[in-house]
Design a protein around this ligand. Sequence first.
Ligand code: ATP
Ligand code: MG
Length: 473
Amino acid sequence: MVMTATDIASEFPKTKRDGSKGHVLIVDDEANARNALAELMDDAGYSVSTAADGRTALLQMEHVDPDVVLTDLKMPGMDGLALIEHGRPMSSHTSFIVMTAFATIDTAVQAIKLGAESYLTKPLELDAVIAIVDRALERTRLSREAAQLRQRVDDRFQFGNILGEHPSMQRLMKNVAQVARSRATVLIHGETGTGKELIAAAIHQNSSRKDKPFIRLNCASLSETLLESELFGHERGSFTGAMARREGRFKQADGGTLFLDEVSEIPMSVQIKLLRFLQEREFERVGGNETLKVNVRVVAATNRELTQRVEDGRFREDLFYRLKVVQLDVPPLRVRRSDIPLLASSFLRKYAAENERSVPALDEQALQHLMIYPWPGNVRELENAIERAVVMCEGDVIERDDLPTSAHGDLQNGSVMALIPGITMCELERVAILRTLDAVDGSTARAAEILGISQRKIQYRVKEWGYQSAIVD
Ligand SMILES: Nc1ncnc2c1ncn2[C@@H]1O[C@H](COP(=O)(O)OP(=O)(O)OP(=O)(O)O)[C@@H](O)[C@H]1O
Ligand SMILES: [Mg+2]
């Protein structure tokens, strides 16, 4: 019997969803071969769809998300190799298996390089096909499960994309969630690279303003005149170069959140205007008389001690208090080292994906090094180090040598002895107190017991260093 194209189409509907062993997409330009295989696979308990060339297969993949793609190599239009190349990035869970009548090792190797799982030679033997497809399905199932597990772990410790299990971070997240709901002005304080901007964004995202603009301005990057006009806008001709009226960031942020980064760098003249806004919720454009009112929540960040700036007379005290209606301290990475593996593995996955390679593992020495390195640049430095290691590492394992070295040399086995001679008593005290606090999850009572000093002394010192966030009780 000769079958027409329509017969074939009705005989083999494109998607057979029977809740079967798994979904297989068969790609072959030869209709007879394609349909015969589809029928056999269907009988064997798989759900099946078919396509006559690579391009059609790609279109189908968008709809059916197959577990396994069985593809011929030579096809008019888009061939099997091109299908693998384009299809692979679409779904990390789909396995590609190549079927080829030209059992040349070359093309098979090329297919494997492009990400095919294995290959079959034509003519096909049904048992071999089923064995290979089942193996691929098992692998797919495992990888899906692992992804789900990872997702669950991520959900547990994540607030948006902020990672941190350490008690100091968990407490910070709780505070973030609480302040997000209010309109209170927030001052985020923390060393460079600790994640201040992420936290500012999280506050906005978790507030009722989330569908309105989140506007960011780095106060350190502009001259006095430009900063004032950037914040409040200006009238035409208000200063040289002001060719037309321009609205400022406050206006742009109306209804939303304005994030003032490096707020310590705002010059005194602009501080007054900012104070007025925080008190009266109104301002004028530079060179203008019209008073504008906007509904903007201000979140500011600083990596400096603003109290010091106030004492030095470089920052208005009244503004300081207006800004820190709520103050959030972001702990430096070295007082929450237990978060390092979590962060490192998340960055490993991120940069492996970005560089389209498999996720490398960290060997024992590399992980140990990450744990004891002082991280003066905090999470940003860790992220950069991992990115570099992912790009540079040759095999599938990142070793100690792929990572940056410490200014102090290596702290072998995490021993502070390696720092002596070379550090002061003061620094030694600091290392002792902070590392002990870290080990007891920030409990000053337990740290005091271990260190043989009073709880008050620990509290006093930690406050002096501006590390209140290392304390949890
Ligand atoms: N807890 C975290 N979880 C995941 N990524 C983080 C975390 N903290 C920081 N990062 C990442 O580290 C980098 C630096 O963070 P961010 O820019 O928020 O720091 P910052 O405190 O604003 O630094 P700076 O003071 O230098 O402006 C970003 O790429 C950010 O995504
Ligand atoms: Mg920042």
